[in-house]
Design a protein around this ligand. Structure first.
Ligand code: PHE
Length: 438
């Protein structure tokens, strides 16, 4: 548990009850994988920047943003689950690690730019497995027009359409503009329709650039699917999926920028679209990288495989064996409830006195558990899976059993070493989460 305030780029952020960023996460703030020239994440970024060559590529200075920038300004309601301490990293109640690159939309529009891309590291508390890591990278892209220039859209759309006509791509689009995914009141529906078309053509052509060559090897066209979605800062909103190795894979979220966003940036006279995509997801499938932790490896057997501008297939090198340990525990009895008192507290509870512990006891959340595991084991933890979840029929107490799978990327782990990690995790979760080992 932290005592010192956070210091980032010379600014000090005093701690409060929100502060929940462990030092293992703070240490990621200056890794900048998306800027290392021969790193897969950066290679994908550069290919996208090359594809959208007339767009200005921006890199924000710090992962620390205000809660206002990350959520309020973009219209996230006060009770949005993304805001919770179990899902996001807070330096304190006012500042956090951005959870998405959209946090920089308003400040970027304020610069007066009409076409820009912005890539950055983003942070989310999450479970632990081969495709989730609390730090990942996103790219935001947007194109807006001055109202007086919107009449150029039909011509721009015709050009994009002509380009796509030459690509073997099959687009499934059953989306419609409806009450649940409407155009904005302040937009002329004809313009909103043309912006939506431009968004769709632009992203279909990007996806073809990324996937087309590999996906059409066997003569089949590349399949792309458009789905209606919801984001507080766009409407209409969409998600785009690509058919890849037999599965539909979600690639990005996008939509027509909420006028309110542009108003806040002082550019009310503009309208346009925005998208946000995950660079890890794209890199994992395009380079066949099986584990998200590999991106953080400094092993030359990983880093020497990639070259600027090229999408190549990752050749796995032999991995060291995993080692798993199970951990079973009782969750803290929920406070204030009363019906699920533990056996030990049964007598007191039956006495009807207010003997409940003061309701400091937080509900168990798997993300909190995983955070402690990561803080102790760092990148040695490969996955945490729930094996068993059960409620004792007599006492009503809930127990869970997790399997913690450890693996070192660069060498063998000894059993003793893993036992030591497991003991540390145990100690910390007992102290910090009020759970009781079985
Ligand atoms: N920020 C959104 C996310 O992280 C993606 C998005 C970006 C959606 C821009 C719409 C427009 O999921």
């Amino acid at each position: 548990i932290r005592k010192e305030p956070y210091v980032v780029n010379g600014a000090t952020y005093p701690l409060d009850t929100y502060s929940n960023v462990p030092s293992s996460i703070m240490s990621k703030l200056d890794r900048n994988l998306h800027l290392l020239p021969n790193h897969p994440i950066s290679i994908i970024r550069q290919i996208i920047e090359d594809h959208f060559s007339s767009y200005t590529a921006l890199v924000p200075s710090s992962a620390v943003v205000s809660v206002h920038q990350n959520f309020d300004e973009l219209g996230f309601p006060p009770d949005h689950p993304g805001r919770s301490l179990t899902d996001s990293y807070y330096l304190n109640r006012d500042y956090m690690l951005r959870t998405h690159t959209s946090a920089h939309e308003v400040e970027s529009y304020r610069k007066g730019l009409n076409q820009w891309l912005l890539s950055a590291d983003v942070y989310r508390r999450d479970e632990i497995d081969s495709s989730h890591y609390p730090v990942f990278h996103q790219m935001e892209g947007t194109h807006v027009w001055d109202h007086k220039d919107l009449h150029t859209l039909p011509q721009l759309n015709a050009e994009l359409e002509a380009k796509l006509a030459n690509c073997p791509i099959s687009i499934e689009d059953n989306t419609s503009v409806s009450e649940s995914n409407p155009f904005q009141d302040t937009h002329d529906p004809v313009h909103a329709q043309q912006i939506t078309q431009h968004l769709k053509h632009s992203l279909n052509s990007l996806i073809f650039r990324l996937f087309g060559k590999q996906a059409t090897k066997d003569g089949e066209p590349l399949k792309v699917r458009w789905i209606e979605a919801y984001f507080p800062f766009t409407t209409p909103s969409y998600e785009v999926e690509v058919f890849w190795e037999g599965e539909w894979l979600e690639l990005l979220g996008c939509g027509v920028v909420m006028q309110k966003t542009l108003d806040q940036a002082g550019v009310s006279n503009k309208a346009g679209w925005a998208f946000g995509l995950g660079l890890e997801r794209l890199s994992m499938v395009l380079f066949s990288i099986p584990d998200i932790r590999l991106f953080w490896s400094t092993d030359p057997r990983f880093s020497d495989q990639f070259k600027e501008g090229e999408i190549s297939t990752f050749k796995p090198y032999s991995r060291y064996p995993p080692c798993y340990k199970d951990m079973s525990f009782w969750l803290p009895a929920p406070s204030g409830g009363g019906s699920t008192t533990s056996a030990e507290h049964g007598a007191a509870a039956a006495g009807g006195r207010g003997t409940q512990p003061p309701s400091k006891v937080k509900a168990f959340h798997e993300n909190d558990y995983c955070e402690i595991v990561r803080d102790v084991a760092g990148d040695l933890i490969e996955s945490v899976t729930l094996l068993d979840d059960f409620i004792h029929p007599k006492t009503g107490r809930q127990s869970k059993c997790f399997r913690l799978n450890y693996r070192h990327m660069d060498r063998s782990l000894s059993n003793e070493e893993v036992n030591e990690l497991q003991d540390k995790v145990q100690k910390r979760v007992v102290e910090e989460m009020g759970i009781e080992m079985r």
